[in-house]
Design a protein around this ligand. Structure first.
Ligand SMILES: NC(=O)C1=CN([C@@H]2O[C@H](COP(=O)(O)OP(=O)(O)OC[C@H]3O[C@@H](n4cnc5c(N)ncnc54)[C@H](O)[C@@H]3O)[C@@H](O)[C@H]2O)C=CC1
Ligand SMILES: O=C(O)C(=O)COP(=O)(O)O
Length: 389
């Protein structure tokens, strides 16, 4: 039986997805972590741990290189919460354009019985604008960005996008009326609204800072529903104070942003809907089961993605360095023990490689001996033998 350890609230629908071969507990020797935003950057991983599955998208809370060196496959659940983020961003675009938060504050402050005369006079302070006809720049056109771009078009906006790494599959999801910008500066130049939907990594920290804000037109409305640090908050506060930015909406608070006019902060709830949490948890549970029971690495964020039909009796999976002669060494060790390979596949992703070998018979003595030998090869991070159920 496999042990699955959780750290955050994982939707019941996901926990119920596991079959009897999996036990959810706080075991000291888990086979899998099923997580959301828990920070694992300093976590010491138990040797039993074979996979970390992030229910959700951003995996900047997982030390990928260390996980790989420990032979741990890391996954996310792409797209599971994209609609939720789209809806919160669109709702805040409308709320900002119509001054809804300020209007609500006003109405809560003035609660005298005969309010109608006062509101009829004061309501002009909350005059808004409409989204139709306005320009939106979307930086990052993956699962969230594409949905935001398409929804904005449907609301009558003009949309321009910037994403130099867009996959061809992702490009199919984007309405062809979304214009393509060749740089962030060009994307944001004439935009009334700018929203950023990229992963947090070394290249995207400070992606939107003073230089990019200077390129924006006055009165722009800026969004960061990606991660803290992708928009430089210090620059954003200055932008709001100077009037360059008419409103800054973010899902990631920090002291510098608190209690400031024209800054709206939500507590990282972009993906917090029943539907998104359920999607992520169910997808996450299936990912844990698939990986542990078949070695399938679809949606892995640190290993090459491989999905081979498991038709033999046993499967060896090996996570190893991407260096010459690994496959040669592995198959030689198998041949030395008279083990016949039925099927074999190998793929690399940067400095790491993954090999799957299917065999129909393997004596238990040979199996022990083979595992010991393969585990002693320093370039191999982890070897597993999975028996077909
Ligand atoms: N606030 C919240 O609760 C949530 C936040 N997120 C954040 O939003 C991010 C995006 O989510 P998804 O769209 O689902 O991810 P995704 O992986 O589907 O799309 C990310 C897109 O960003 C693009 N990209 C990467 N680097 C870029 C750069 N330097 N410039 C322009 N584009 C770049 C990629 O090519 C890709 O198309 C996540 O990584 C996560 O950090 C995601 C879900 C919920
Ligand atoms: O999926 C993401 O990247 C998110 O930011 C959602 O985080 P959460 O699962 O709500 O802790």
């Amino acid at each position: 039986m496999y042990q699955v350890k959780t750290f955050n609230a994982i939707a019941k629908t996901g926990l119920e997805t596991f079959d009897d071969n999996f036990k959810i507990n706080q075991s000291e020797t888990p086979d899998a972590y099923l997580i959301r935003s828990v920070n694992l950057l300093e976590e010491k991983f138990p040797t039993s741990l074979k996979t970390i599955v992030r229910c959700g998208v951003g995996f900047n809370n997982v030390p990928l290189d260390r996980a790989t060196e420990n032979g741990i496959a890391v996954f996310n659940t792409p797209g599971s919460n994209a609609n939720a983020v789209k809806e919160i961003v669109i709702s805040l675009m409308i709320a900002t354009a119509r001054n809804l938060f300020a209007a609500n504050d006003y109405s809560n402050k003035h609660t005298e019985a005969d309010i109608s005369q006062r509101t009829e006079k004061d309501k002009t302070k909350f005059n808004g604008t409409e989204l139709a006809g306005k320009r939106l720049a979307v930086i990052g056109l993956g699962n969230v960005g594409a949905r935001v771009a398409n929804a904005a078009l449907a609301l009558g906006m003009k949309v321009i996008g910037y994403d130099p790494y867009l996959s061809s599959n992702a490009a199919w999801r984007i309405d062809n009326k979304v214009k393509r910008a060749s740089s962030i500066r060009r994307a944001v130049k004439n935009a009334d609204f700018v929203t950023v939907h990229v992963p947090k990594n070394d290249d995207t920290i400070g992606l939107i800072s003073t230089t990019e804000m200077t390129a924006m037109k006055d009165d722009v409305v800026l969004f960061n529903y990606s991660r803290i640090g992708i928009v430089d908050n210090k620059a954003a506060v200055e932008g709001v104070k100077s009037g360059k930015i008419s409103h800054y909406n973010t899902d990631f608070g920090e002291p510098i942003l608190a209690d400031q006019p024209n800054i709206t902060i939500t507590p990282h709830i972009g993906g917090s809907t029943l539907e998104a949490e359920s999607n992520g948890a169910v997808q996450g549970a299936n990912t844990v089961m698939n990986y542990l029971e078949s070695g399938d690495t679809t949606n892995s964020v640190n290993l090459p993605q491989m999905n081979l039909p498991f038709e033999a009796q046993y499967r060896l999976t090996l996570i190893h360095k991407n260096v010459p002669n690994m496959v040669g060494q592995i198959s030689t060790e198998m041949a030395n023990r008279g083990i016949n390979i039925e099927n074999m596949s190998n793929a690399a992703r940067g400095s790491v490689a993954y090999t799957i070998i299917d065999v129909n018979s393997i004596e238990s003595d040979d199996r022990e001996d083979l595992l010991n030998r393969l585990n002693s090869i320093k370039e191999i991070h982890r070897v597993r033998v999975i028996e077909h159920s």
